[in-house]
Ligand binder design. Sequence first.
Ligand code: DX5
Ligand code: ZN
Length: 223
Amino acid sequence: MSVQVAPSLLSADFSRLGEEIALVESAGAGLLHLDVMDAHFVPNLTFGPIIIEAVTQITSLPRDTHLMITDPDTYLDSFIKAGATTISFHLEAFEPPERQERADRILERLGDAGVGRGVALNPDTPLDWVLPWLDRLDHVLIMTVYPGFGGQKLIPESLARVPLLRQEIVQRGLEVTIGVDGGVTTGNAAEVAGAGADILVAGSAVFGADDPAAAIAVIRGER
Ligand code: DX5
Ligand code: ZN
């Protein structure tokens, strides 16, 4: 399977959102990555279901929704209704002992709604955290920066989890996809894909480029 690029709208020009989406869509983006932040789980505030609903109306690309929020379970239904196709929530949002129960319940609700079940892991969270849920997941989002802001530098140590996760997925015969999120550039995309990622999230490397279409082609490994 070849790698897919998921441009993160975080770095798009929100005054021209429709044009930005049309541009990456025609340039070969495989999905749109939607970064939802609540100024609580992360020190930044972005957008919620209203924007995702608007995006859903103007694109056929999957809406790969990344919830960096403290209460993903409380707001889950609004994101499902807004048209998210996959929802990744952070296990770090929950403290044990309730982590297990809340994550279980979210995955069940996503499954019932026919929405892709995703879990996101902060750059310093060990891979072990996600392994008990792996058989019930469609997607794992491996963070290679501390979430909150676009335009940061990829943390190489965080990427080391990707080949291990790939190995585990293959060994169990699963079809879980791996996304890598944070600091992906035209310069390191080949390395990130080589580590075993299926989906490369790229915000500033796409929307900050002089030629976003060319950047997508390079990140996909076509040039
Ligand atoms: C970070 C977000 C990322 C980020 C990616 O909190 O989850 O999706 O926007 O942006 P770049 O590609 O610029 O690191
Ligand atoms: Zn993200």
